[in-house]
Ligand binder design. Sequence first.
Ligand code: GLN
Length: 533
Amino acid sequence: MADTKYIFVTGGVVSSLGKGIVSASLGKLLQARGYKVTIQKFDPYINVDPGTLNPYEHGECYVTIDGHEADLDLGHYERFLNVPTTRANNITTGRIYQTVIEKERKGDYLGKTVQVIPHITDEIKRNMKLLSKNKFDFIITEIGGTVGDIESLPFIESVRQLKWELGKNCLCVHLTYIPYIAAAKEYKTKPTQHSVKQLQELGIQPDILVLRTEHLLSPDLLKKVALFCNVENNAVVQSVDVPTIYEVPLVLQRQGMDVTVLKKMGMDTDTTPNMTKWNEFLKMKSDATETVKIGLVGKYVELQDAYKSIDESLLQAAIYNNRKLDLHLIHSEKVTEANVEELLADMDGVLVAPGFGQRGIDGKLIAIKYAREHDKPCFGVCLGMQCMVIEFARNVLGLEGANSTEMEQTAPYKVIDLMEDQKNIINMGGSMRLGAYDCVLQKDSKAYKAYKKEHIQERHRHRFEFNSDFREQFEAAGMKCVGENPDSGLVEVIEIPELKWFIGTQYHPEYNSTVLNPNPLFVSFVKAAIENK
Ligand code: GLN
């Protein structure tokens, strides 16, 4: 194929409509026809990346293999497409301005006044086209925020310019919302009409509209939207709520959205999408009748998106074990010695979540102690693993007051300590140990049994590490360091072999679990939980 095709996805009316899922689903359908597809997200906020944002602001922070702290939508892109993303797939206003200002300071603009148009928009456009050098057939670009926001104007303007420059190789998909007014028993298209008008005022005529709705919309309503919004009848697609996000590609496919895209871009529509494996996954999901009960212990459990990748990894692992996932969210601040039995006794397995700072640590330690003493399958991820180490130090090794220096700099036993190369870092943003690193697993470990290989690569996001001064003491008492980085010797995986399944990872396996390639450690954990029933 000659030219890279660009699809831009904008959103209107309200936020949280699932632009990321629609982008990923469309990407999936094109990929299933044999095209090479990537998806990128442009976010209008000023932060250089979402790494410094807390989960209340922005849900989970996703990490790419090349160590970029990214928007959580990149997680959806990877879970759907099964292709890794990189730093180039996620750009913010902050990143754009940072580059332009650096260039200005170097004198690159040769005395010109530096302006939003053309300098900022040129930099946005350069980034929008950057991935084309990787020879993608399709680059789908999701524009964060809602059309009409002041912040997103330069991005929309860049899309307008690109639409002009790229002609047939460019297409705009606009996602809106159709509310249902219960009192009038009517669906309302007016907000969609207004949102499309707003986009038109900014110089963009959407080619395809995707209407988000809680209930199925009538063909007449879709026609009405087409008429009012200047799009063809078959270019209005509805995206009704479905039980799982993984069904969305099929919802779009049934309405021929992929065919409409190909036709509008002057491409061959004779190919048939190969969704066999995807459909097998969905069939396994709907066939599963028995459940597996997993308790997720964390301090952000009340936030829908804070542990997105963990939730999805557990769901995928459950499906590959032919089970429905029954996920119980357990607030770590609410776990006490008095109620831990009541909270965890019923769980088939317990996962202790990653995190930062002291809040909720005591509850995590109590949950881990309970799991260890009752031989309940237990999975510690990053801070969860560090808590496993602290709990073992205090309650098995008898090292009273053992702690991580993140929580207590003057702890008598610093079993988790700041990594050497973190000691002189002052900047918070992008300064952790980030991205994929090698790990070598010991052949006699449960972790090795799960991965079925010695050499793995998993993604990281942390500043603190297992303090190897204590390694011998831990191993003699039964907690083994079974995975380590071959270059630095950093401990990556700990486990207690005597227990059914008690494993902690310094890395985040949840960033590396997709629909067609579930993470082996999650699959193994859920399997152990089922066997523990
Ligand atoms: N706060 C811990 C560290 O920085 C763990 C980080 C995490 O759980 N992602 O090492």
